[in-house]
Design a protein around this ligand. Structure first.
Ligand code: ZN
Length: 228
């Protein structure tokens, strides 16, 4: 029998609901130089965007389920932004007031499948958008963070630090990134933005103990990682 993760809804750190629907997840790849190097990728001229459907959203909490027979699943720790107002082809000035929360997410990636798709020149949607591919924490209110571009992000795996980044190293910072996204995709209340991963990504395995932090604001431990 398979245990499904609890169903997801956006909530604040104090447990109160954000009152926003589960929207789409708009992500940017290759937004930190050291991660571009570890992926042997080339920097993109413009932000490289992709989308996970809302069915990818699950709580960043126990259990995290790993698909079987699809190769390795890599963690990518990313600052997540919850959108509270509609943004369409918006100015940078419009972005900050539309942010409803800040959290941390894992952009879970079927890395072997992604590599195969990349080599074939195909889109990598299945490697990024599968059910459960976007575990998201509770959100802190925007006023709790003084500077979106100076936020620490860490991931520990079985007590070893794997990722230890800071949003100051983003190639496209959060505000211009969201304005850019809104040129292509209307952002709706309840949508989530993933802002890219620092270096240190790697495979998850059943039985791993994972601890993720966003600065001193958020700390999440996952001790039940298993095959789906
Ligand atoms: Zn990512």
């Amino acid at each position: 029998m398979t245990t499904q993760p609890e169903s997801y809804s956006h909530q604040y750190l104090d447990g109160s609901p954000c009152g926003l629907p589960n929207g789409k997840v708009i992500c940017v790849g290759l937004n930190y130089t050291a991660h571009i190097e570890e992926m042997a990728s080339q920097p993109s001229v413009e932000p490289m965007l992709f989308i996970k459907p809302n069915t990818a959203l699950v709580p960043l909490a126990d259990p995290v389920l790993i698909p079987q027979d699809l190769g390795s699943v890599h963690f990518e720790t990313e600052m997540a932004i919850l959108i509270g107002d509609t943004l369409s082809q918006c100015s940078e000035q419009a972005v900050l007031p539309a942010i409803a929360g800040i959290g941390v997410a894992l952009d879970l990636t079927l890395r072997d499948l992604q590599s195969q798709l990349r080599q074939a020149g195909h889109p990598w949607e299945t490697a990024k958008g599968w059910d459960g591919a976007c575990p998201v924490s509770a959100f802190v209110k925007p006023g709790k963070i003084a500077d979106l571009q100076n936020v620490g992000l860490t991931l520990q795996q079985n007590g070893e630090t794997r990722q230890d980044g800071n949003t100051s190293h983003m190639l496209t910072p959060v505000i211009p990134l969201i304005a850019y996204m809104s040129r292509f995709f209307t952002l709706l209340p309840g949508d989530v933005i993933l802002t890219g991963t620092p270096e240190g990504v790697g495979p998850l395995a059943p039985g791993d103990q994972i601890a993720v932090t966003l600065d001193t604001l958020l700390s999440v431990t996952i001790s039940d990682i298993r095959n789906r």
